[in-house]
Design a protein around this ligand. Structure first.
Ligand code: HAS
Length: 548
């Protein structure tokens, strides 16, 4: 059969370049994950002087920063290409420059970790210090993604010019919001890297203001997790309705929830620093309140998804409140994987609300509960959605087909991933509640009678990790098959239409000056005074300056 790609050839090649890096990262990062669970349970000792924190860093950086960034940029740019008619030559050239900067950055950071010159975890905050090439590497990864982001802004504007009076495509709009959030927030981490960590790592200064650097990191840290979540929401809002045979419940509601996520995802970083001294409790309180506000667009998302499923279910004859459940395409992994992701976001999101509640945070902070929380949110909710996307995206842009046989394997893969991650993350939550620390090698507490109670939970994590490893290998196999061996043909790029009953989308959604203005105002409100405090009250010895 003739091979028909859903995107222009050049755009397909560009998106696939991202996917190769993303799935290679999945292989390396998830293998490190297995080693970690085995080490923590005392099942294996790491060979040849390899350190626990070294593999923990590799696992975190390669999965949380590299896999996510490459997959997300590839997916968002594919969606924009599909819905706006493809990139121009100039746009694509700029985007390739961004891509190669990201690759150079990744290689540089990964090499430093492998050489044990950067065992500083994925959060890399001081006083842990890495080789300067690690910081340069991460900076390049971010700058590269900015360049691709600017290409997305340009394409969105061009579409508006080329289609006067028309509504912009929802997926392009969502990609633009995600990239505005990403660029505004990554200025924080770029500042600490360029002005604090690089000069310190080069020996130009003796020390850094640790609280300032952590605060700049966490200004970026929460939007970082939303940078992972928003592309999953893009798939939930605009792709899943098509896969279930339905329509988008409301275009305006989807756009509004993205705008609210932009407003409230940045001025909330203190919820990661609730136990840290040196930040006035009043400002922590303000940011906790703003954290509770950022939950609202996620609840709107849940509402919208329920509406889509219920309307579709009723079209197919479902009755009652949950009758739609019987009508969903359970045997289609392109639906099953993201749907399981949604279901797990209910306990995952509830865990987030617990974390953000000041008093409860004192119980769970720096315990392995937090690791359980983010495996449930990123590694189930987001990653299962990305796998669900990969099942159709890869054949669709390579001009191949998603066969029945590979769908069966994808269902097995989804179930194994869900079981492995559930066993692991539930055990992590539980062990956290009995005081299990978040990041500690087995050798650090082995033989201590006080820590014996953690044993069964760590063993459960090792079992979960082993199941996950098998699921990861199957996923890599599915990816290779879909990219190179599946029968040639045409696989549609599923973009849903908006329901006829939905109200028309107000023009104000394209008022970017307003959205960026409100976002900046909220950031200034939440951060100006505490940052001045942190700088003015730098401890003796920290390179500081008084703002006045
Ligand atoms: Fe979090 C720590 C608070 C969401 C990731 N989080 C982390 C860390 C990571 C992370 C990586 O306040 C560790 C950082 C580190 O290294 O130290 N988190 C929250 C809150 C939310 C939240 C309030 N987190 C996420 C998401 C993540 C993520 C999403 C990744 C993708 N988190 C925290 C806090 C900490 C933290 C503290 C610091 C803890 C500490 O002390 O260190 C909220 O955004 C959650 C809102 C979500 C909901 C759920 C809506 C449900 C939906 C699904 C609908 C389902 C359907 C299907 C339709 C309210 C949309 C239904 C079907 C049926 C059959 C029923």
């Amino acid at each position: 059969m003739k091979s028909i790609k859903s995107l222009p050839n050049k755009d397909s090649r560009f998106v696939m370049a991202h996917m190769y890096v993303a799935f290679a990262a999945l292989f390396v990062g998830a293998s490190m994950g297995l080693l970690q669970t085995l080490e923590r349970s005392g099942t294996v000792s790491l060979p040849a002087g390899v350190g626990y924190y070294q593999i923990l860093t590799l696992h975190g950086v390669i999965l949380a920063l590299v896999l996510t960034t490459f997959f997300i940029m590839g997916f968002m740019m594919s969606a924009q290409s599909k819905t706006t008619g493809g990139y121009s030559k100039g746009e694509l050239t700029a985007a390739w420059i961004g891509f190669w900067l990201m690759v150079i950055g990744t290689v540089s950071a990964a090499a430093m970790i492998l050489l044990n010159e950067a065992s500083v975890l994925y959060t890399f905050y001081a006083p842990l210090q890495a080789h300067v090439l690690f910081y340069f590497g991460l900076a390049l990864l971010i700058v590269g993604s900015w360049i691709e982001g600017f290409v997305m802004f340009h394409r969105h504007r061009q579409f508006k010019k080329e289609h006067p009076g028309e509504k912009t495509p929802l997926l392009s709009f969502m990609g633009v919001v995600t990239m505005i959030m990403w660029i505004i927030s990554s200025i924080g981490v770029a500042s600490t890297v360029i002005f604090q960590l690089i000069p310190w790592s080069l020996g130009m200064v003796d020390s850094v203001n640790v609280l300032l650097s952590r605060t700049l990191f966490w200004y970026f840290g929460h939007p970082l997790v939303y940078f992972w979540l928003l592309p999953a929401y893009m798939a939930w809002y605009a792709i899943i309705p098509k896969i279930v045979g339905g329509k988008i419940f409301s275009d305006s509601l989807a756009r509004l929830s993205f705008i609210l996520l932009l407003f409230f995802s940045i001025p909330v970083g203190f919820h990661h620093q609730l136990t840290e001294p040196g930040i006035d409790p009043f400002w922590k309180y303000i940011q906790v309140v703003l954290t509770m506000v950022v939950v609202i667009p996620s609840l709107m998302t849940a509402f919208s998804l329920f509406a889509t499923f219920e309307i579709r279910g009723r079209e197919l004859g479902a009755k009652g409140l949950f009758g739609w459940l019987k009508k969903m395409p359970w045997k289609d992994a392109r639906f099953l994987a993201p749907f399981i992701g949604m279901v797990f976001f209910i306990p995952g999101g509830a865990g987030g609300i617990i974390n953000a509640s000041n008093q409860m945070n004192q119980v769970v902070h720096n315990t392995i509960w937090v690791t359980g929380h983010f495996h449930m949110t990123v590694a189930i909710t987001v990653i299962l959605t990305f796998f669900g996307v990969a099942f159709w995206l890869i054949p669709s842009i390579t001009g191949r087909t998603y066969t029945k046989g590979i769908n069966k394997l994808a269902i097995t893969q989804t179930i194994l991933w869900t079981v492995g991650m559930t066993v692991m993350s539930v055990a992590m939550h539980w062990q956290g509640l009995i005081g299990g620390p978040r990041r500690s090698a087995f050798s650090e507490y082995a033989g201590n009678s006080d820590t014996a109670a953690w044993g069964p939970y760590q063993m459960a994590q090792a079992i979960g990790g082993s199941i996950l490893f098998i699921a990861m290998i199957i996923m890599i196999g599915i990816f290779i098959y879909l990219a190179f061996f599946a029968p040639k043909g045409e696989e549609p790029y599923p973009v849903a239409e908006v329901a006829d009953s939905a109200a028309s989308t107000p023009k104000i959604f394209e008022n970017w000056g307003l959205w960026v203005g409100v976002t900046l105002a909220l950031i200034l409100f939440a951060y100006t005074i505490p940052l001045i405090d942190i700088i003015n009250s730098a401890p003796p010895g920290a390179p500081g300056f008084k703002l006045w």
